[in-house]
Ligand binder design. Structure first.
Ligand code: FE2
Ligand code: FE2
Length: 329
């Protein structure tokens, strides 16, 4: 979790940082600011969970800083605790009025400071978890809607998410990125909500115009989320946009090639095709495993990132375990 310390006294900042680093048993990253203006600017750029805010400062004071934090839709969810030598009753009341959740008077007792900050951090941690799990639930549901438009099974998006996580992990992405991709990948086909039924459900080959219409699901999905504030949704935008790009540049919508395609897009391409081929669709039967593996091998460097195909095939048993565990009933 990230805590921001805003105080124009270097000594206080130092003491607070030391306390935050030594007296808390959670992993805290501390960001220092010496004025309200700097704090407001930084809060727009980085995610912060809690701000320890001094009241009397050069420039805008702590109360005004807090008021602006709470007015800005980008920063309003940050928890603010005032930490100040102004401890008259009306100051404390004002602190709560402008949106602070606690008010610690200086000089403070170390143990009290730690206990109060810890309480707010625990609360925040719990809220963050709630938001994250609601977000990924909504995303999975929306992904299912996208897939159900094309008569896919609900388990398709779940399997693709698991394959993506595993492939990202084997590729060497860090844990946070693996989780991010797994959370966003169910949205790869969300743009299909705008594809007409007669095209989506057509059992035979598509005409050229129909194909163009079908391919729009990539840009529609991208436009839905590209301006989102949330990381997962912005990742969903990338995945929706790039999951039909091909490594050799023959994919759509932009014909990107090689590493121009975001690693998330390259991973979803492998996971999605692997799963789609193994499942029955309106227009085709499920392929046998050896035929699927042969295709992956053949498309190495053409449709797919060759390195991804290599690590996929080397670890095929782990992917098959997922396929078995989440198979369609
Ligand atoms: Fe798609
Ligand atoms: Fe799919």
């Amino acid at each position: 979790m990230r805590v921001m310390v805003v105080d124009d006294s270097k000594t206080i900042v130092k003491i607070l940082c030391m306390l935050l680093e030594k007296r808390f048993d959670m992993d805290l990253e501390v960001v220092k600011c010496d004025s309200g203006e700097v704090a407001l600017r930084k809060l727009e750029d980085i995610h912060v969970d809690l701000v320890l805010l001094d009241v009397v400062m050069e420039g805008i004071d702590g109360f005004e800083t807090c008021r602006r934090i709470k007015q800005n839709p980008l920063t309003k969810d940050v928890t603010v605790i005032f930490l100040t030598s102004k401890s008259e009753e009306q100051d404390i009341i004002k602190g709560f009025e402008v949106g602070g959740v606690d008010y610690i008077s200086k000089p403070f007792r170390e143990a009290e400071f730690v206990a109060r900050v810890k309480t707010q951090l625990e609360l925040k941690k719990y809220q963050n978890k709630e938001i994250e799990s609601t977000q990924s639930e909504v995303i999975i549901k929306m992904g299912e809607i996208g897939e159900s438009r094309s008569e896919e099974t609900a388990n398709h998006v779940k399997r693709v998410a698991k394959y993506c996580y595993l492939l990202a992990h084997l590729y060497g992405l860090d844990e946070a990125d693996c989780n991010l991709l797994a959370a966003a990948s169910p949205m790869h086909d969300i743009g299909k909500v705008s594809t007409p039924d007669n095209i989506l459900k057509k059992p035979g080959r598509l005409t050229d115009e129909e194909r163009v219409e079908m391919q729009k699901h990539t840009t529609v999905g991208y436009e839905l989320f590209s301006n989102s504030k949330g990381k997962i949704l912005r990742t969903a935008a990338i995945v929706a946009h790039e999951h039909h790009e091909k490594y050799d540049g023959t994919g759509y919508p932009r014909g990107l090639r090689g590493n121009e395609i975001h690693i998330f897009g390259r991973i979803v391409a492998v996971a999605d095709v692997f799963d789609a081929l193994g499942s029955e669709r309106v227009y085709k039967k499920a392929w046998e495993l050896d035929k699927i593996l042969k295709l992956l091998e053949e498309e190495k460097g053409k449709h797919f990132d060759p390195y991804l195909v290599d690590i996929f095939l080397e670890n095929i048993n782990q992917f098959l375990e997922i396929r078995e565990k989440f198979k369609d009933i």
